[in-house]
Design a protein around this ligand. Structure first.
Ligand code: LLP
Length: 442
């Protein structure tokens, strides 16, 4: 089928013709390939398990919290990193066992902490304030809660500053120099059982050497705690492995195996020196779901620069641009606007056509910044064409909004030619839901 459709000029994804798919489901539409998802998770498991490491993969739910995706990952043995009571609820609903859930967050309310304790999940404690409140909450509920201390390791990855999370000036975690005393305090607190330390240094990291640096710092803490008679059960090194968004250029993304090769020697060596055995926890989000999903969007209008309309290509920063206006904007995929992120774009009904024109692909939102893809060479685009935005599975739908009165789009799962709806398209009813007009205004 795939071959036949390629000859048809149509993009095939998960064994399904994308042009035919949108005839049934409409646009915009997120499409996730189940096989790719299972493969990505499997490549983590095999990279670390083959090395003989005692590892658990806690998928970072914030990247994509769709229940079908969580259910698939649960069936593959994933645990979960959750960052709110809502994400905790989703993971429990999807069948991820409580003993494989870590409740993260730098600003947890008392209700959040209560929810975590009642759900019997571990909590990554981000501050001394939280540590003391958690102890009081657990006390009140008559339960013991297992915790990790979230460490701010002060490691600088080369990524967009908005997604670097382990720098001195980052809001996350307890400063490196205070971690030992925080652990000592945790040991003394009622109903608290300190079992691990946790860090997460950032996202879309393409150079694995920073993971090694973070591992060295974390294992240094393990050693110092060991020296004080504080034994841990696990070290959680967070997520952050980048993926290859730029296909044409020479961007190279590391694999889970590269990550394993960078961190395991440090991890194993220190355990051997100390004669201890720890579980390693990782929290990948993007590298599990990013490349599994595309966002399909219809072209509503094409605007050609005056030169272009005369058949002359002018590539100057001061010339009017050629715009392709599609029906998905930063309401559905915020990354290009928020992080200057690059997503490959293809014309899904013209995949075999030569690229010939330079276009800027923009969304329908009433903001000049609503640009999905800047200055891209594409085949000649017409109103009604179908654009596919690639690698949209991580922080795509999960960061979407209803801005400009736009109901959120549907999501489908494809697998070997089969299609399942995994989230219905919202309607205008969803814009009105939960709003009230006070009676005196009626
Ligand atoms: N663990 C913790 C504690 C995290 O804060 C994050 C992501 C992860 C794991 C997963 O990181 P990943 O493997 O996905 O890089 N919205 C941004 C990314 C924000 C990441 C926030 N934390 C983006 O679209 O690039």
């Amino acid at each position: 089928m795939a071959k036949e459709k390629k000859e048809n000029n149509h993009l095939v994804f998960g064994g399904v013709d994308m042009v035919e798919l949108v005839e049934s489901y409409g646009t915009p539409l997120y499409v996730t390939d189940e096989n790719k998802l299972r493969e990505n998770f499997g490549s983590y498991k095999s990279a670390f398990e083959q090395a003989g490491t005692n590892v658990d993969i806690y998928y970072a739910v914030k990247a994509n919290g769709n229940l079908a995706i969580l259910r698939i990952l649960a069936s593959e043995g994933a645990g979960a990193d959750v960052f709110s009571a809502g994400e905790l609820h989703l993971t429990k609903f999807a069948g991820i066992p409580a003993e494989k859930i870590l409740f993260n967050g730098n600003s947890k309310s008392e209700e959040d902490l209560r929810e975590a304790v009642e759900s019997d999940v571990r909590v990554s404690v981000d501050s001394l304030d939280e540590l003391r409140t958690l102890s009081a909450v657990a006390n009140e509920l008559g339960k013991e809660v297992e915790i990790a201390i979230r460490v701010n390791p002060d490691v600088l990855p080369e990524v967009n500053p908005k997604i670097a999370t382990g720098l001195k000036e980052s809001k996350f975690g307890i400063p490196f120099y205070e971690v030992i005393s925080a652990c000592e305090e945790a040991k003394k607190l009622d109903n608290i059982s300190l079992t691990g330390i946790h860090c997460h240094i950032g996202s879309q990291i393409l150079d694995v050497s920073v993971f090694r640096e973070a591992t060295e710092k974390m294992m240094d803490l393990v050693e110092r705690l060991h020296g004080k008679g504080i034994a841990l059960e696990f070290v959680d090194l967070g997520g952050g492995l980048g993926i290859r968004y730029r296909k044409e250029e020479k961007e190279i993304a590391p694999t889970p195996r590269d990550l394993a090769e960078a961190i395991l020697p440090v991890f194993e060596k220190k355990m051997k020196e100390l004669g201890i055995n720890l579980k390693l926890i990782l929290e990948p989000g993007r590298s599990i779901v990013g490349a599994t999903t595309i966002l399909l969007s219809r072209v509503n209008a094409v605007k050609l620069s005056p030169y272009m309309a005369c058949g002359v290509v002018v590539q100057s920063p001061t010339a009017y641009k050629n715009f392709v206006a599609i029906d998905a904007g930063f309401n559905l995929l915020l990354r290009p606007v928020m992080y200057d992120a690059y997503h490959e774009v293809v014309v899904a009904n013209k995949v075999n056509e030569q690229v010939s024109e330079l276009y800027t692909v923009v969304g329908p939102v009433c903001e000049a910044g609503d640009i999905i893809a800047k200055d891209r060479m594409l085949p000649e685009v017409k109103r009604g064409d179908l654009v596919a935005i690639l690698d949209a599975g991580a922080y795509g739908f999960s960061m979407s909004s209803q801005y400009n009165g736009r109901p959120r789009c549907a999501e489908v799962l494809v697998c070997d030619g089969k299609v399942d709806l995994i989230r219905s398209r919202e309607s205008v009813e969803d814009l009105i839901r939960n709003q009230e007009i006070p009676a005196r205004l009626m």
